[in-house]
Design a protein around this ligand. Structure first.
Ligand SMILES: Nc1ncnc2c1ncn2[C@@H]1O[C@H](COP(=O)(O)OP(=O)(O)OP(=O)(O)O)[C@@H](O)[C@H]1O
Ligand SMILES: NC(=O)c1ccc[n+]([C@@H]2O[C@H](COP(=O)(O)O)[C@@H](O)[C@H]2O)c1
Length: 249
């Protein structure tokens, strides 16, 4: 596409389990960016967090990756990136974006020599094929819900320099969420206001409060989660007795 800037959207999260809202975020973000900017979204990536993130009730990364793979069977353009889960420890989000940008730079943007190219490709980077067919540069942006943006204000959770890099160097695409006010949040932050041009707020008009927490709660109680989570993911959860479903189903 002439005159457009190619973009990959990357969402970080627990995906414990992946819900339909996690998948929908990509669809509404892409529609919004195509309608209001000259960005051309070429691929989406979901990067599940490392086991050592240690959030309560986090099932192991192998299961979370497997659930994401099943959930993403219905998407032609969003993929799982397992890189984060294969590291020795939890990786700050800025470094996750940095790694993927460098991978794209070496594979697509032609910035690195071919030996590095060969070493870095494996089966889990099949999403790079979406980036071929054009020499236009590709940049990564962080896709997140407004609660993640607002967590920037939680003391000790994010380094100032990481926030600066996320909004200054990469850019954010933020989906509104019930109970959040991203416009006000940006207004109250000097750094976010300075980089406001790089923060795209996508209003989810079809409001819903699907969250993994509520899905886990329903599963624990033996309540149905059909239509909140992909059927193949529900089957996987019951088959592997995840989220205390061992005596249900
Ligand atoms: N209903 C939603 N609306 C907008 N964004 C969402 C929604 N659910 C999840 N997200 C976003 O998806 C990303 C991954 O989030 P995460 O895996 O922590 O999901 P979650 O459902 O909020 O999880 P949990 O309930 O376990 O905290 C985050 O950026 C989060 O803001
Ligand atoms: N400092 C950081 O880079 C930082 C802090 C908190 C959460 N995160 C990321 O945000 C995502 C969502 O975390 P929560 O599920 O805790 O909301 C995870 O991928 C996590 O790695 C990053």
């Amino acid at each position: 596409m002439t005159g457009s800037q190619r973009v990959v959207l990357l969402a970080c999260g627990s995906f414990n389990p992946p819900t339909n809202m996690h998948l929908r975020m990509f669809e509404i973000a892409r529609d919004f960016l195509h309608r209001t900017t000259n960005y051309h979204v070429v691929a989406g990536l979901m990067s599940p967090v490392h086991d050592k993130y240690g959030k309560e009730g986090l099932v192991n990364a192998t299961d979370r990756v497997q659930m994401l793979r099943l959930a993403l069977n219905s998407s032609a353009w969003v993929h799982v990136s397992e890189w984060e889960t294969h590291q020795d420890d939890w990786t700050p989000t800025r470094e996750v974006l940095q790694y993927h940008q460098e991978l794209i730079d070496s594979m697509v943007n032609g910035n690195v020599d071919p030996t590095v190219k060969r070493q870095r490709v494996d089966g889990s980077t099949a999403w790079l094929t979406h980036l071929s067919g054009s020499t236009d540069a590709v940049t990564i942006k962080l896709l997140c819900g407004a609660d993640l943006l607002e967590s920037f204000a939680r003391p000790g959770l994010w380094k100032d320099e990481d926030i600066e890099a996320l909004v200054g160097k990469f850019g954010l695409v933020v989906i509104t969420r019930e109970g959040s006010n991203p416009y006000k949040f940006i207004y109250e932050s000097d750094v976010l206001t300075r980089h406001q041009r790089n923060i795209h707020i996508v209003t989810e008009w079809i409001t819903n409060e699907i969250s993994s927490t509520k899905v886990r709660r329903a599963l624990r109680r033996g309540d149905s989660v059909k239509y909140l989570v992909q059927d193949s993911v529900i089957d996987y959860i019951y088959k592997n007795a995840l989220f205390d479903t061992h005596n249900k189903g």
